[in-house]
Design a protein around this ligand. Structure first.
Ligand SMILES: *[C@@H]1O[C@H](CO)[C@@H](O)[C@H](O)[C@H]1NC(C)=O
Ligand SMILES: *[C@@H]1O[C@H](CO)[C@@H](O)[C@H](O)[C@H]1NC(C)=O
Ligand SMILES: *[C@@H]1O[C@H](CO)[C@@H](O)[C@H](O)[C@H]1NC(C)=O
Ligand SMILES: *[C@@H]1O[C@H](CO)[C@@H](O)[C@H](O)[C@H]1NC(C)=O
Ligand SMILES: *[C@@H]1O[C@H](CO)[C@@H](O)[C@H](O)[C@H]1NC(C)=O
Length: 239
């Protein structure tokens, strides 16, 4: 075999190996910034309080990606306490240092600090959620993750007519750090939340719920035309 032929074969082998190692052409890399900061929210009439949020939002921003994508999230802590963020249900093979549980896979991000986490969607598809994984901060620091199928593939059901995100959660009138400290000190149960929420809002049965309440109207014809409305449900219950 001539030298040049051997060289070409080696080159072809290297290109093939690179092709196997590199991510597929359609996979994307996304960059998001999560600023941990306090924001003022009022629920159940007079209960106005500062809560920890991501980017001032309660619930926090939705992360959208496709199966196969990689998302880098820069977590910048402008809050007043240590915090970590966890990608709930994402397998993260060989990538535990981005997983979030405080003092298990990482030290918390301290006030004024930042930490960039890499989320690899290697096989996940559908809906998951992210939440704080330090003390009880997940009570207000959480949001949805929506993972679409790989390009060229689809969910194993008819294409939805429409989709929107529903996040079920809880609201405490009390300071969440106090709720956590009381439970840790007494060794007892966590204080039960004051109301359940959908997308951060109590329902119409709760006092003073009208402002910003989440309402979705359906035309009945949709129910009979065999179109699917995909309702993404992410539960962020603490207890
Ligand atoms: C709390 O809100 C209710 C309903 O808006 C109002 O009637 C009541 O006066 C408020 N109480 C205080 C202490 O602000
Ligand atoms: C909640 O309580 C903690 C500890 O008592 C305190 O440091 C923090 O400032 C309180 N947060 C708010 C928003 O009041
Ligand atoms: C915050 O995190 C740092 C680094 O892990 C740690 O040294 C410190 O004790 C933590 N502070 C609190 C109040 O837990
Ligand atoms: C992130 O932290 C590094 C030090 O670890 C610092 O140099 C950088 O300015 C910080 N970036 C932001 C956006 O806070
Ligand atoms: C609705 O669609 C499904 C699957 O696409 C089909 O099996 C079913 O027969 C349809 N039903 C009606 C009432 O058209």
């Amino acid at each position: 075999m001539s030298f040049s032929r051997l060289f070409v074969m080696q080159l072809v082998g290297m290109v093939m190996l690179f092709g196997i190692l590199a991510s597929p052409g359609w996979a994307k890399t996304h960059h998001r910034t999560f600023v941990i900061q306090e924001a003022t929210y009022t629920r159940l009439c007079n209960h106005t309080k500062n809560i920890l949020t991501v980017n001032g939002l309660y619930p926090g921003p939705t992360i959208s990606a496709r199966n196969g994508d990689i998302v880098y999230v820069k977590v910048i802590n402008k809050g007043n306490k240590n915090i970590t963020i966890h990608w709930h249900g994402v397998n993260q093979p060989r990538n535990p240092w981005s997983d979030g549980p405080e003092y298990i896979t990482q030290c918390p991000v301290q006030p004024g600090g930042n930490f960039t986490q890499r989320i690899e969607f290697t096989e996940e598809e559908g809906t998951l959620w992210w939440h704080a994984h330090s003390q009880y901060d997940r009570a207000t620091v959480y949001g949805a993750i929506v993972i679409y199928p790989k390009l060229g593939t689809r969910y194993p059901f008819a294409k939805p007519h429409k989709e929107f995100t529903l996040i079920i959660g809880e609201w405490w009138n009390a300071n969440i750090t106090d709720v956590y400290n009381n439970a840790i000190q007494s060794g007892g149960e966590f204080q039960i939340s004051d109301i359940n929420t959908i997308n951060g809002q109590p329902g119409d049965f709760a006092p003073c719920s009208a402002n910003g309440n989440f309402i979705s109207l359906y035309k009945s014809e949709r129910c009979y035309s065999n179109k699917t409305t995909l309702q993404v449900v992410v539960t962020s219950y603490c207890n």
